[in-house]
Design a protein around this ligand. Structure first.
Ligand SMILES: *[C@@H]1O[C@H](CO)[C@@H](O)[C@H](O)[C@H]1NC(C)=O
Ligand SMILES: *[C@@H]1O[C@H](CO)[C@@H](O)[C@H](O)[C@H]1NC(C)=O
Ligand SMILES: *[C@@H]1O[C@H](CO)[C@@H](O)[C@H](O)[C@H]1NC(C)=O
Ligand SMILES: *[C@@H]1O[C@H](CO)[C@@H](O)[C@H](O)[C@H]1NC(C)=O
Ligand SMILES: *[C@@H]1O[C@H](CO)[C@@H](O)[C@H](O)[C@H]1NC(C)=O
Length: 682
C-alpha cells in the first residue's frame, strides 16, 4: 500500500517539473474601475494584459503588463481615477491680474492665461494654491497643467500636500515634491507614493520667491464615481449630472415647476428631490448654484423638505420621511407667511440658506438626487478571478483563487446602494499541506494527485479491516489537513473463547456479531449470555460461566416410589412421586430441582387410605374394626327399629364408603340410616 502512495506523489512531482519549463502567470491584478484583456487565455510568458478604465475614469501608470519567463507580471500598475477637484472651492495665497483661484479647477485646460484662464498670485515668498474637495478622499494622482511660455516664470520646487488642515499646509502629508523647474505649457502627472486621505490639496512653490500660476489642477481618486455612472435611464443627455459624495445630482435650472411636479419628475427617474444633506454636501450644492447664478431665472430652488401638516406644526421632514435635524434657515425664516408656506427652497437671495414658500409656486428650479444604478468594474488582486459580470446595485460577485490557493478576505462582494462594492478585494495564498503518512492495512489516495489547498485525500481499508474515523480529509487554510488520520482496524473476530460446560453459537464474525453461550443441562449460566465482536477483531464483554447444580437423589418413600423424568437430578430435572395401591400421596407429586440445588418441595409421603367416620343412625348401632380401605362396617338396629337399605358398607380405595348410591359423592344420613320406627311412613 505504501508503494502505491509513493507512486502518486512521484507523479505529482513529475507534473510540477514539467510545468517549470513554461511558467505561467496568475491572473493579473486589476485596480478599481478598470477592466483587463489578456492577449491569450493561457497566460504563458509573453502574454499581454491591457487595461482600460470605465467611462469617466482616467488611466495612470502602465496600461499594459507583460507576463515574464519567471511567471511574474512586468510593468507599472495602472490606476483608474476620476477628477474630484473640478469646480470645488479653491483659494490661493494672493490673487493678481484676473488669475483667480477658481481658474485652477474650472475644467478649462488652455495654457494661455489671457488674463482670466489661469490662476496667478503676486510675486511673493512660497506662494500657494489650494482646493477644498469638501470631503476627504484617498488622493493618488495630481495632474497639473502649467502656463504656456513667455512672460511668466516657470514653476519651481513644487510641493503637493494632501490632508485635513485648511490652514496649516505643512501639517498635511507630502504627496509629491518636484525639485527644479517644470516645463512651461505642459501637463504633468504627480503620483503620491501611497494614496493620501484628505480634504485639502495644496500646491506650493516652497522656499521660492515668485508668482504661482496654474492653468488646471486635477485630483484623481478611485473613491468617487464618475459623472458618467450617474446617468439614470431616461434623463435627457443635455441635463448636467454631477457626482458628489456618492450621490448624483441633476440641476434642473432651465425649467420651472411646482414642488409636486418637480418631485414627480425626479421620481420618474428613480430619484427624488435633494434630501438628507448637510455639511459638505450642502456646501457643494451651494457652490454649484452660486456658479450658475447668472443663468437662473429665479433664485429659488426646491429642496425635498416639507412641513408636517397642521397650522401649529413646526416639524420639517425630508421627502424620505426623516426629520430635518439641522435646517439652515435664512434670517427670519421660516416665517410661514399667510400660514401656507409648507415647502422649502434654497434661496439665492439669502446666500442659498433655506426659505419656506408655498408649495404651489410653479416657476421654481429644482435639484434631483439619485443613487447610481451600478458599481464600477470591481478591483481584484493578483491570481484572483471574478465570477459574475452584473455590476448593478444589489448584484453579488464572487472571487476565486486558482487551484491550490486559499482565498484570504471577502469571498463575495455586493454592489451597495452607494455604487461601491462592499468589503475589499481578497487575495490568494498558495497553501500546501504536504504528503500524508500511509495508512496501515489500508490505502490512501490523493484526488487529482495534489496536496495543495482544498486537495482531498481518501482513505480505504483492505478486506477484513474496517475504517474508523473520517475517510476523507481536505487540505485546509492553515496548510494543515483537517481532522485526523483514520485507522484500519481488523474487524474479523476469531471463534469466541470457550466456556466450560457451555456451547456457543455465533451469528457472524464481523463488527456487531454476537456469540451466545448456552450451558449444558444441569448447569446454570452466570453473567451475560453473549459477547459482541468489535473492531480490532476482539469479542467484548465478559464470557459467562456455567455452574453445575445437582439436588441429589430424593430419599426413598415408605409405600411409595419416584421416577426421575429426565433421568437426572441436576438443575431443572423433574422427580415424579407415586404411592403403592391403597396409599395416598401427601405433598407435591412433582418436584423440580431448583437453582439453589434444592428440590422445589419437601419429599411427599404415602399414607394409607381411610374413609371418614360414618354417622350412626338414631335407633341403631355400628359394628366396625377400623375405617381403613377395604374395611367393612355393619349396621344393626335396636329393638323397635327396622333396617332399611344396606346392612354393611365398605371403605373404597377412593376414600369413600360404598353405598346404595355408588355414584353419589356424598352420603346422606337418609341414604344409609337403615332403622325406622314402624309408625313412620317412609
Ligand atoms: C500567483 O500564481 C502564480 C502562478 O500560479 C504563483 O507562482 C504565485 O505564487 C501566486 N502568487 C500569489 C500571491 O498567490
Ligand atoms: C483664502 O486665502 C486667504 C489668504 O490666506 C484668506 O485670507 C481667505 O480667508 C481664504 N478664503 C477662504 C474662502 O478660505
Ligand atoms: C483626514 O481625515 C480622515 C477622516 O477622518 C482620515 O481618515 C484621514 O486619515 C485624515 N488624513 C490625515 C492626513 O490625517
Ligand atoms: C479475511 O478473514 C478471513 C478469516 O480469517 C480469511 O479467511 C480471509 O482470507 C481474510 N481475507 C483476507 C483478504 O485476508
Ligand atoms: C426434564 O423432562 C421434562 C419432560 O420431558 C422437560 O420438560 C424438562 O425440560 C426436562 N429437564 C431438563 C433439565 O432436561
Amino acid at each position: 500500500m505504501y508503494m502505491c502512495v509513493g507512486l502518486v506523489i512521484w507523479s505529482a512531482v513529475f507534473v510540477t517539473t514539467q510545468a517549470q519549463g513554461e511558467k505561467r502567470c496568475g491572473h493579473p491584478a486589476v485596480p478599481p474601475n478598470a477592466r483587463v484583456t489578456l492577449s491569450s487565455n493561457d497566460i504563458v510568458p509573453g502574454t499581454l494584459a491591457t487595461y482600460e478604465c470605465d467611462d469617466g475614469y482616467e488611466l495612470f501608470g502602465g496600461h499594459q503588463k507583460e507576463c515574464t519567463l519567471k511567471g511574474e507580471w512586468k510593468g507599472d500598475s495602472p490606476f483608474c481615477g476620476t477628477n474630484v477637484a473640478f469646480r470645488k472651492p479653491a483659494n490661493q495665497s494672493t490673487t493678481v491680474r484676473g488669475g483667480s483661484a477658481s481658474n485652477g479647477n474650472d475644467g478649462e485646460k488652455t495654457t494661455e492665461h489671457d488674463g482670466k484662464r489661469c490662476t496667478e498670485t503676486q510675486r511673493e515668498a512660497s506662494p500657494w494654491w489650494q482646493v477644498d474637495l469638501l470631503r476627504h478622499y484617498a488622493v493618488k494622482v495630481v495632474r497639473v497643467t502649467t502656463r504656456g511660455c513667455c512672460g511668466h516664470q516657470p514653476l519651481q520646487d513644487l510641493e503637493i500636500r494632501v490632508g485635513n488642515s485648511s490652514t496649516d499646509l505643512q501639517r498635511n502629508p507630502l504627496c509629491a515634491w518636484f525639485p527644479g523647474t517644470i516645463d512651461e505649457g505642459i501637463t504633468k502627472t504627480f503620483t503620491c507614493a501611497r494614496p493620501l486621505i484628505g480634504q485639502h490639496v495644496f500646491l506650493q512653490l516652497v522656499g521660492v520667491e515668485g508668482s504661482l500660476s496654474l492653468c488646471e489642477v486635477e485630483i484623481f481618486t478611485t473613491e468617487e464615481f464618475s459623472n458618467d455612472r450617474c446617468a439614470p435611464a431616461g434623463v435627457s443627455a443635455d441635463i448636467e449630472l454631477a457626482a458628489f459624495s456618492r450621490n448624483c445630482y441633476e440641476f434642473n435650472v432651465a425649467k420651472g415647476a411646482s414642488f409636486e411636479e418637480a418631485r414627480k419628475q425626479c421620481q420618474s427617474h428613480g430619484g427624488d428631490l435633494i434630501h438628507d444633506f448637510q455639511g459638505a454636501t450642502s456646501s457643494y450644492l451651494t457652490q454649484e448654484l452660486e456658479r450658475r447664478k447668472s443663468q437662473l431665472k429665479t433664485q429659488l430652488v426646491w429642496i425635498g423638505a416639507q412641513k408636517d401638516p397642521g397650522l401649529t406644526s413646526r416639524t420639517w421632514r425630508w421627502v424620505d420621511g426623516e426629520t430635518v435635524t439641522k435646517p439652515t434657515w435664512g434670517k427670519d425664516q421660516p416665517n410661514n407667511y399667510n400660514g401656507e408656506q409648507n415647502c422649502a427652497v434654497l434661496d439665492g437671495g439669502r446666500a442659498w440658506l433655506w426659505n419656506d414658500v408655498g408649495c404651489n409656486l410653479d416657476y421654481l428650479h429644482w435639484i434631483c438626487q439619485y443613487l447610481p444604478p451600478s458599481c464600477g468594474s470591481p478591483d481584484k488582486l493578483l491570481n484572483t478571478t471574478i465570477e459574475g459580470n452584473n455590476y448593478k446595485v444589489g448584484a453579488v460577485i464572487a472571487y476565486k483563487c486558482p487551484e491550490g490557493h486559499m482565498l484570504l478576505g471577502d469571498k463575495t462582494r455586493e454592489c451597495k446602494k452607494d455604487g461601491f462594492w462592499s468589503g475589499a478585494a481578497p487575495s490568494c495564498k498558495y497553501v500546501d499541506c504536504g504528503g500524508l503518512t500511509s495508512i496501515q492495512d489500508g490505502e490512501l489516495s490523493l484526488i487529482d494527485s495534489r496536496t495543495t489547498h482544498d486537495a482531498r485525500a481518501v482513505y480505504s481499508c483492505r478486506e477484513n479491516y474496517t475504517l474508523v474515523g473520517e475517510s476523507e480529509r481536505t487540505c485546509g487554510d492553515e496548510g494543515v489537513w483537517d481532522g485526523e488520520a483514520p485507522k484500519c482496524l481488523f474487524d474479523w473476530c476469531p471463534d469466541p473463547p470457550p466456556v466450560a460446560s457451555a456451547t456457543v453459537t455465533v451469528d457472524g464474525h464481523k463488527d456487531g456479531s454476537l456469540a451466545t453461550y448456552t450451558c449444558q443441562n444441569g448447569f446454570i449460566l452466570f453473567g451475560q449470555q453473549s459477547v459482541t465482536c468489535t473492531l480490532g477483531g476482539v469479542w467484548t464483554g465478559t464470557t459467562p460461566s456455567c455452574k453445575y447444580v445437582d439436588c441429589g437423589t430424593p430419599a426413598q418413600v415408605y409405600k411409595g416410589s419416584f421416577r426421575l423424568l429426565n433421568g437426572t437430578t441436576t438443575y431443572g430435572s423433574l422427580a415424579q412421586f407415586n404411592c403403592e395401591n391403597d396409599y395416598w400421596l401427601a405433598g407435591a407429586e412433582m418436584l423440580t430441582c431448583n437453582r439453589d440445588g434444592k428440590w422445589s418441595h419437601d419429599i411427599p409421603s404415602c399414607e394409607l387410605i381411610t374413609c371418614d367416620t360414618p354417622e350412626v343412625p338414631a335407633g341403631g348401632y355400628m359394628e366396625a374394626y377400623d375405617y381403613n380401605v377395604h374395611s367393612t362396617i355393619d349396621f344393626h338396629c335396636e329393638k323397635g327399629h327396622k333396617l332399611v337399605g344396606e346392612h354393611s358398607l365398605i371403605c373404597q380405595p377412593d376414600g369413600e364408603w360404598s353405598g346404595s348410591r355408588p355414584n353419589a359423592n356424598t352420603l346422606t344420613v337418609e341414604s344409609y340410616r337403615p332403622c325406622h320406627t314402624g309408625r313412620q311412613n317412609w
